[in-house]
Ligand binder design. Structure first.
Ligand SMILES: Cc1ncc(COP(=O)(O)O)c(C=O)c1O
Length: 194
């Protein structure tokens, strides 16, 4: 059974005790404790290494420890301005925002928390394109981008933007000459007022 104590690998704290209940639910247990796996029909002992760090990553035990109280007992809607639960959560989120900002040398106003990469990519791509729409209407991306990036670009095409989907070479990298050519083409279109 997966418990917070096993995840954290250290002593039980107040937040840990609260979290142990949440993490020991039967839904979390079966796959987490599986100790064999197979590839191409061949069985192996242990747990396969998960290498797609772009898709998801394990949570740092220190983050889990900090978050457990907010996920189990101190939760409140950050946007609720009329009660203590909201104020409490809001203050914790703003504290975290300040920490992230100072870590990356940004202003807290520049740090936006989202639900994940799909939401972030949509906001970044559509937001930037719409902001510059009066002056810039072409987007260059690659054919191997994640679906959420490609879908955002398709959505921009519906709004009147044009998009270049560059191919990548066998090693996954863009041919810089092709990128330069695309940029020159965009500039030429701009000069001709197209
Ligand atoms: C490169 C890349 N972008 C975006 C996503 C989408 O992430 P999320 O599930 O956080 O929206 C993934 C998920 O696998 C990804 O690998």
């Amino acid at each position: 059974m997966l418990t917070a104590a096993r995840v954290l690998g250290r002593g039980r704290s107040h937040s840990l005790a609260l979290g142990a209940r949440a993490l020991s639910s039967s839904a979390a247990s079966p796959s987490a404790t599986k100790d064999t796996f197979s590839i191409g029909g061949e069985a192996f002992e242990g747990r396969a290494a998960y290498l797609d760090g772009a898709a998801t990553t394990p949570i740092d035990p220190r983050v889990l420890d900090s978050m457990l109280p907010w996920m189990t007992s101190l939760y409140g809607n950050v946007h609720s301005r009329t009660h203590m639960y909201g104020w409490e959560s809001d203050s914790a989120v703003e504290h975290a925002r300040g920490q992230v900002a100072s870590l990356i040398g940004a202003s807290p106003k520049e740090v936006v928390f989202t639900s994940g990469a799909t939401e972030s990519n949509n906001i970044a791509i559509k937001g930037t394109a719409r902001f510059y729409k009066a002056r810039k209407t072409h987007v260059i991306t690659t054919q191997t981008e994640h679906k959420c990036v490609l879908d955002s670009c398709r959505a921009l095409e519906q709004e009147g933007f044009s998009v270049t989907y560059l191919p990548v070479r066998k090693n996954g990298l863009v041919d810089m000459k092709e990128l330069e050519d695309s940029m020159r083409w965009v500039l030429a279109q701009g000069r001709s007022g197209a």
